[in-house]
Ligand binder design. Structure first.
Ligand code: IMP
Length: 425
């Protein structure tokens, strides 16, 4: 038995969905513990494409228990849309469970997310507009509505009246907007509660019992290390902790239960939203990578910003997560480029060099990337089935990533399909 974690090492979208899907096929339990429907995991099975937002990727395996932990913020409307979409494709979702402590994204959260972004103007964060930040704000402020409340109409009624009245004051007096119809919200959300009630279960207990019973448990990360509320590029971050420690609090599970922590890493770097990005490419090379790599947001459809591989970022992820290995994904996207650049450190305004990711975006904005160059490869590697088949230049690139980041590459992604993956012993 083992407990494995998969987290993103960059700004999210590192190809976690596919790696998680492969690992989920060997897992008895898959748990998500932070974020909400801001996440987007794409899983490709032959000609079928599944875009998952809230539901753990293990859902495609009927015998795999899929858990939504207490650290998740659940939008019941999008969760039900996801469940209905999967059911229509023959996936029952009877193996899904939701912790009663998980917070609910209410309509006011989505509106506050949008209005706050509008008010920020040029200083907007570039959120996914899913109400994630405002929902976590209410959780910290202790006025949140939880999954338990959603499935108990009398509790829900009282909470909607209490919290909704305060939100309506905010809408009318601060944002200058119309108040929300709380009765209509209650009616709509009670219906959601009725449909979701059967999924309630204590995820901390289920996870612990599975570990004690010797089961294979996979903890599925969303987003990435640089979107972490504390150790990411604040304020251009999400409102949760997409780092390994986030699983402990987002499930209710002690850190000593975790055996392996795998960091999903793109062979280059991307980000959506705003904020400094030292290795960002503004030229044709960047545009080619964006198009070839399909670098458009799963949740928002926004074009992603693209740049060279940045070892300073991934080393940061190694440290804040305690990574034991990397899954180096989308290597096939780099095929055909004559020369590849990897960032090894940053030059600071005073001329000194740092190899540690700076704590603030103000300092990051002043960093100039220092590159080494490597020879590219022309071969189409997307159908290769073993490490030995890979061209020498690809092997050299992988070895350089390992050397710069200080952890082994245990898995190599060479295309979107489950089969386009090479595991190293
Ligand atoms: P929020 O999570 O919607 O509040 O957005 C905050 C920041 O996190 C924005 O820059 C988003 O684009 C980014 N973000 C949130 N979820 C993801 C994700 O799954 N992949 C990549 N970026 C994300």
């Amino acid at each position: 038995m083992s407990v494995k974690v998969i987290v993103g090492t960059q700004w999210g979208d590192e190809g976690k969905g596919k790696v998680i899907d492969i690992m989920a096929s060997r897992s008895d339990v898959v748990v998500r513990a932070q974020g909400g429907d801001n996440a987007g995991h794409t899983v490709v099975v032959g000609s079928e494409v599944y875009k998952l937002h809230l539901i753990p990727s293990g859902i495609l395996y009927p015998d795999c228990l899929c858990l939504i932990g207490c650290g998740i913020v659940v939008n019941p409307k999008s969760l039900l849309a996801e469940i209905d979409g999967l059911k229509a494709r023959g996936i029952t979702c009877s193996n899904l469970r939701i912790d009663p402590r998980a917070h609910i994204v209410m309509p006011w959260h989505v509106l506050i997310d949008r209005y706050s972004e509008e008010l920020r103007g040029k200083g907007e964060i570039g959120t996914t507009n899913r109400g994630i930040g405002p929902c976590y704000m209410d959780k910290s402020e202790r006025s949140g509505i939880r999954f338990y409340d959603l499935i108990h109409p009398e509790v829900l009624k009282e909470k909607i009246e209490q919290v909704g009245t305060v939100k309506n004051k905010l809408f009318t007096s601060i944002y200058g907007k119309e108040p929300l119809d709380l009765k209509a919200i209650y009616e709509e959300y009670t219906e959601y509660g009725k449909r979701l009630a059967g999924y309630a279960a204590d995820v901390s207990v289920l996870t612990y019992n599975a570990i004690k019973a010797g089961k294979e448990v996979l903890l599925e990360g969303a987003q990435g290390a640089l979107l972490d509320l504390d150790t990411g590029t604040y304020p251009y971050v999400t409102s949760s902790h997409p780092t390994a420690g986030g699983f402990c609090v987002g499930i209710g599970l002690g850190p000593t239960f975790i055996d392996e922590i795998i960091g999903a890493t793109k062979a280059y770097t991307t980000r959506v939203g705003k904020g400094p990005f030292p290795t960002e490419l503004f030229d044709e090379v960047g545009e080619n990578i964006r198009i070839k790599g399909g670098e458009f947001g799963t949740t928002t459809g926004r074009p992603r910003r693209v740049g060279w591989f940045d070892a300073v970022i991934v080393r940061h992820a190694v440290r804040v997560n305690g990574l034991t290995s990397l899954s180096l994904n989308k290597l096939d996207t780099l095929s055909g480029l004559k020369t590849l650049k990897l960032c090894t450190g940053y030059k600071l305004p005073d001329g000194s060099v740092t190899t540690d990711f700076p704590p603030t975006i103000e300092e990051l904005a002043d960093c100039q990337p220092i590159y080494i160059e490597m020879e590219g490869w022309d071969e189409d590697i997307s159908r290769m089935t073993s490490y030995d088949q890979l061209p020498q230049a690809v092997k050299a690139y992988i070895a350089k990533v390992e050397e710069l980041c200080g952890v082994p590459v245990s898995n190599i992604g060479i295309g979107p399909d489950r089969a386009q993956n090479i595991e190293r012993a």
